[in-house]
Ligand binder design. Structure first.
Ligand code: ZN
Length: 199
């Protein structure tokens, strides 16, 4: 923690040469993308995207889960998505899963989250639970399960009427990504496909 405090203490002095860029942010934001990723500390979207301050509107949740639209629910994820799409009018949404995701492991092997009732309840919104006969279970907790999980979250996004309208009119583009924490490689799913390939 002390290292982080030290960095925070001296941060303003380190960015004096970027003063104008940071000052601009006080006048409002116009992010290029709504980026939905996991809370996992190994996933740092601004780092692997090379994003500058103001580029990414980030929503992070355990397992990058986007619950399906529930109009009466007080949900931080849904509220943030509404703001990004309706007010900021982001043109692109990325849902990014990652390797070794604890939430996906929890979906595949319930016993791994047995002592965490709140996590278990959150995972019920993932809308995806592997059946024991699914082939990737025999190959371990790999890419494939996480990729399917990411695509399910994109399906959930389409249940929000304001997103569905923008997707239909071409004002919004959805993207499914997979980030490999150990190598930094990013895979993406081409529009209309359910197969992930290197970016
Ligand atoms: Zn994760």
């Amino acid at each position: 923690m002390q290292t982080l405090i030290e960095h925070a203490r001296t941060f303003h002095a380190k960015i004096t040469d970027k003063q104008q860029e940071f000052a601009q942010l006080a006048h409002g934001q116009q992010p290029q993308v709504l980026f939905i990723s996991c809370s996992d500390s190994g996933v740092i979207p601004s780092l692997f995207r090379g994003a500058r301050p103001g580029d990414l509107f980030e929503v992070r949740s355990a397992g990058n889960i986007v619950p399906p639209c529930r109009p009466q629910a007080a949900c931080a994820v849904a509220g943030s998505i509404e703001f990004a799409v309706q007010v900021l009018q982001v043109p692109d949404i990325v849902v990014c899963g990652h390797s070794h995701c604890g939430a996906v492991q929890g979906l595949l092997r319930e016993q791994s989250v047995q002592t965490m009732p709140l996590v278990r309840r959150w995972l019920t919104w993932a809308g995806y639970r592997a059946r024991t006969d699914e082939p990737w279970l025999t190959r371990g907790l790999g890419e494939e399960a996480t990729e399917q999980h990411v695509l399910t979250q994109l399906d959930h996004l389409r249940t929000y009427p304001f997103i569905a309208r923008r997707l239909a009119s071409g004002r919004l583009r959805p993207h499914a990504w997979y980030y490999t924490v150990e190598t930094g490689e990013v895979l993406a799913c081409a529009p209309g496909s359910r197969v992930f390939k290197s970016l």
